[in-house]
Design a protein around this ligand. Structure first.
Ligand SMILES: [Zn+2]
Length: 262
């Protein structure tokens, strides 16, 4: 009888020890799993941190040289050098530099696909065209009662001196949309255009086709020209995206290229 009780006691003891051991094993296993989860989640956050870092990283300065045809600078201090560029006449009758026909057409069809009918207001203008525009505005001013000097000063406050307009290069286009064109015919090139859907579309999409908003708001001191939400200038896709992302005018970008020894 005593022996039997002892055997049962021993058995119970052995079972308790086994249960205790199993308990310890299960607990350790869970701890390992938790550790594993922590490590896994740690790993999972690492790539996203890397992604964040790389997306905020600045783009490298694109390949490009000051002498490239698409980077030519024409402004109030840099007159046009090539006064007879190779031009092509677009379907709408406006002329642009031969090399930008395809980018211009891509820009127009992309806008169309997004429901925007772009309307050209100006593209290539020769030095003689500009001289004629200047003369005509001066004459209008004189006819409205201004003195000759006053007429000239007033005209030149809104017009570019012949020889110094970017339109002489064939790389610049002035664009609005057909509705705006029809409803604002007497005051087309106005800052108010910036508020339209087409101006907003152009500002954010033109760089994908190689065009920059050439005279942005707030950069008047750099460009020497007031904000012109309708004036786009071809520079090439890579340059356009870089300049837009870094908020650089062509003047500032050219300075960067100079510093980089291009
Ligand atoms: Zn223009």
């Amino acid at each position: 009888m005593k022996n039997k009780k002892l055997t049962i006691l021993i058995l119970l003891l052995i079972i308790s020890v086994i249960i205790f051991c199993i308990g310890v094993l299960v607990y350790n296993n869970q701890q390992d799993e938790n550790q594993d989860t922590i490590q896994k989640s740690d790993i999972a956050t690492k790539p996203s941190q890397t992604a964040k870092k790389s997306s905020s990283d600045e783009l490298d300065l694109p390949e490009g040289h000051l002498a490239d045809w698409n980077l030519v600078l024409v402004n109030k201090t840099h007159p046009v050098v090539n006064t007879s560029p190779n031009l092509v006449t677009l379907a709408n009758g406006f002329q642009v530099l031969e090399q930008i026909q395809s980018p211009v057409e891509s820009l127009v069809s992309a806008a169309q696909a997004d429901g925007i009918e772009l309307q050209f207001v100006s593209a290539y203008r020769s030095v003689e065209d500009q001289q004629a525009v200047v003369a005509s505005v001066i004459n209008q001013n004189i006819a409205s009662g201004m003195s000759e000097a006053e007429a000239k000063t007033t005209a030149m406050s809104v017009l570019t001196e012949p020889g110094y307009s970017e339109h002489h290069t064939g790389l610049a286009i002035d664009l609005v949309d057909t509705t705006y064109y029809q409803t604002n015919a007497d005051n087309l090139l106005n800052e108010a255009y910036a508020e339209t859907a087409s101006a907003k579309w152009l500002a954010s999409n033109a760089p994908k086709y190689g065009f920059i908003l050439r005279y942005p708001k707030g950069k008047e001191a750099e460009t020497g020209i007031d904000f012109e939400p309708w004036h786009f200038r071809y520079v090439g896709v890579e340059h356009a995206i870089y300049m837009t992302q870094n908020k650089l005018t062509l003047e500032a970008y050219i300075n960067q290229l100079k510093e980089a020894g291009r």
